[in-house]
Structures are given as structure tokens and as C-alpha cells.
Design a protein around this ligand. Structure first.
Ligand code: NAP
Length: 298
């Protein structure tokens, strides 16, 4: 039997993920705080829910993809939240990037109502969400994980159960250390290329296939070279992830030298009012220090 899917949070990621669930044939009910963002999903055949509780009442599997820990708490447990509509036997899948500890607490609250929960944060950017090629890191019960496979396969390519509830978020934090430190390397390298008089795109093409290659270099390097700061992932949300990494590291007693540096660089950009630009605008923090501008001048 095809499960009815509810989707809450149609931002940059949720838009593409919802369209891929519809394409895979799932009946989907959507809700977004700002209603206008549901238009594309509704045009593609989704039904409109009146609130997170209403979405939950009409769904067997309820997916959330909103910004930060308090936002997931609000849509799951707050006023008109999922917990007030979900029936016993329902499955909640949170695909946002949030705190592992808060995830475990929310799963416990839902379990009291007979509702299961998986944490399933993603990687792969807005491109991965649109193409259905996300990497999905799943924490939670093995049976719930098996049940969720068809919906995961509609949205992602590399789907891995990494442990119990909360473990998906912990792996995502590990993922984000790799993303931001690599992002800093990409920015620093392109700054050097600029100072050395190189053509940035030619330089990227020359090195991307070798040991220096990475998703950040191939996907965001050309954007930096064009000075295109449109977000696949905003600086504000990237800084939120770095904050989550540093909080977890603090609890665990792990020094995070490079990640702390990136956190401070992102802070300088937020202070300059650039929080809604793409995370690759990190290069602007380095430009500021170096007195050099990368890329094509307009
Ligand atoms: P986004 O475009 O900023 O969208 C955020 C979504 O969360 C919007 O639908 C927003 O509603 C909703 N929201 C925020 N606070 C809310 C609240 N208190 N109550 C109800 N809804 C709320 O962000 P995104 O890029 O799609 O990211 C969503 C999640 O995926 C984040 O946790 C992010 O870290 C994670 N993620 C993003 C990427 C990426 O490359 N973009 C990659 C991997 C993971 P409104 O429309 O009303 O503002």
C-alpha cells in the first residue's frame, strides 16, 4: 500500500524533495509557514494542509525540513503541531539539520503517542534536492528505516542507516566539518589563484579531477569565479550548522580549530548583513583581509 506522505517546510530543499515524492507517485499533503511557497507543489498535484497537525492527520509518514532546532520543535510539538494530528503508528522523519540531543527528546515525546521518529538529515545541496540525488544519513529504529526506504529512494541516492535516533544528526555534523573546512580551502585557493593572475575557471578545470577535487570546488567554485552569490545554502543556515558542530564538540571535549575559524569568518559576514547570501560568499571574508577581489569584475 502506498503510504500517504505529509511534507512540512517547503524552503530551498523542501521544494525539490516534495516534487520528487510526487514524481514517485506518493500522495503528498504540504504545509509551509509562508503559504506562497507551496504553489509549485500544489500545481504538481500536492494537497494543501491547514497546519502541521492537519498534515499529520492526513498522512502516514510526516516529513519535516525546516531551519533550526526550535523550528522543528515548533512544527512537531508546538501549537497545532504534528503531535496533535498524528495517529498512533505514524512515522515522523525530520530531514532538517538540528541538534542530536533535542532530536532524541522529540522522539521520546512522539513515542508516548505511539508515533515513531527517524532523524534523516541530508547532504547534496539544492541541486541534490532537485535531482533526487541527496545523501541521507538516518538515525533510528531499523524497522522504521525499512518502512521509510521508498520515500528515501524518491529523494536520495546514498541512503545509510548510521545508528539509533540522533545518530543521523551526529553524522551530519561530521559532514558539515568536511563541508565548511573544504569550503574555506576552496576560497583561500581561489584567492591565491586570483593574486597569481590565473583564470579562475581554467584553474578549477585543471585541478578538479585530481586529488584536490571536491563537490564544493566543482559546484561552488564556478559561482565564486562569476561572483554569483545566490544561495544553494545560506550563510545564516551554514553558520547554524557550524554552531551545532561547536556545541557538540564542546560537550564532547573535542578541539575544533579550523571549524572555529570558519565560524568566526561567517560571523563577520553576518555582521555585514550578508547572511542570506550563499555559503560560498565566505570568500568575501578572506577578500576583506587580503584586499584582493576574486573573479570577474562587472
Ligand atoms: P530555507 O530555504 O531557508 O527554508 C527553511 C524552511 O523552514 C522554510 O520552509 C521556512 O518557512 C521553514 N521554517 C523556518 N522556521 C520555521 C518555523 N519556526 N515554523 C515553521 N516553518 C519554519 O532552508 P533550506 O535550505 O531549505 O534548509 C532547510 C533545512 O535543510 C535546514 O535545516 C538546513 O540546514 C538543511 N539543509 C539545507 C541544505 C541546502 O543546501 N540548502 C543542504 C542540506 C541540509 P518560511 O518559508 O515560512 O520561512
Amino acid at each position: 500500500m502506498t503510504e500517504r506522505v505529509g511534507f512540512i517546510g517547503l524552503g530551498i530543499m523542501g521544494q525539490g524533495m516534495t516534487l520528487n515524492l510526487l514524481k514517485a507517485g506518493f500522495p503528498v499533503t504540504v504545509w509551509n509557514r509562508t503559504a506562497a511557497k507551496t504553489e509549485q507543489a500544489l500545481a504538481a498535484g500536492a494537497a494543501a494542509g491547514a497546519s502541521p497537525a492537519d498534515v499529520a492527520a492526513k498522512s502516514d509518514i510526516i516529513i519535516t525540513c525546516v531551519s533550526d532546532t526550535p523550528d522543528v520543535q515548533a512544527v512537531l510539538l508546538g501549537e497545532n503541531g504534528v503531535i496533535y494530528g498524528a495517529k498512533p503508528g505514524a512515522l515522523v522523519i525530520d530531514m532538517s539539520t538540528i541538534s542530536p540531543g533535542a532530536t532524541r527528546d522529540m522522539a521520546a515525546a512522539l513515542a508516548e503517542k505511539g508515533v515513531a521518529m527517524l532523524d534523516a538529515p541530508v547532504s547534496g545541496g539544492s541541486e541534490g534536492a532537485a535531482k533526487g540525488t541527496l545523501s541521507i544519513m538516518v538515525g533510528g529504529d531499523a524497522n522504521a528505516y525499512e518502512r521509510a526506504q521508498p520515500v528515501f529512494k524518491a529523494m536520495g541516492k546514498t541512503i545509510t542507516r548510521v545508528g539509533d535516533i540522533g545518530a543521523g544528526q551526529m553524522v551530519k555534523l561530521v559532514n558539515q566539518v568536511l563541508v565548511v573546512v573544504n569550503g574555506l580551502a576552496v576560497c583561500e585557493a581561489l584567492l591565491l589563484a586570483q593574486a597569481g593572475g590565473l583564470d579562475l575557471q581554467t584553474t578549477i578545470d585543471a585541478v578538479a579531477g585530481g586529488a584536490a577535487g571536491s563537490w564544493m570546488l566543482s559546484m561552488r567554485g564556478p559561482q565564486i569565479a562569476r561572483r554569483d552569490w545566490r544561495p544553494g545554502f545560506t550563510i545564516d543556515l551554514q553558520q547554524k550548522d557550524v554552531r551545532l558542530v561547536l556545541e557538540a564538540a564542546q560537550e564532547l571535549g573535542v578541539p575544533m580549530l579550523a571549524t572555529s575559524l570558519v565560524n568566526n569568518l561567517y560571523r563577520t559576514l553576518q555582521q555585514r548583513g550578508l547572511g542570506s547570501e550563499g555559503n560560498h560568499a565566505l570568500v568575501k571574508a578572506l577578500e576583506n583581509l587580503a584586499g584582493i577581489e576574486v573573479g570577474q569584475k562587472g
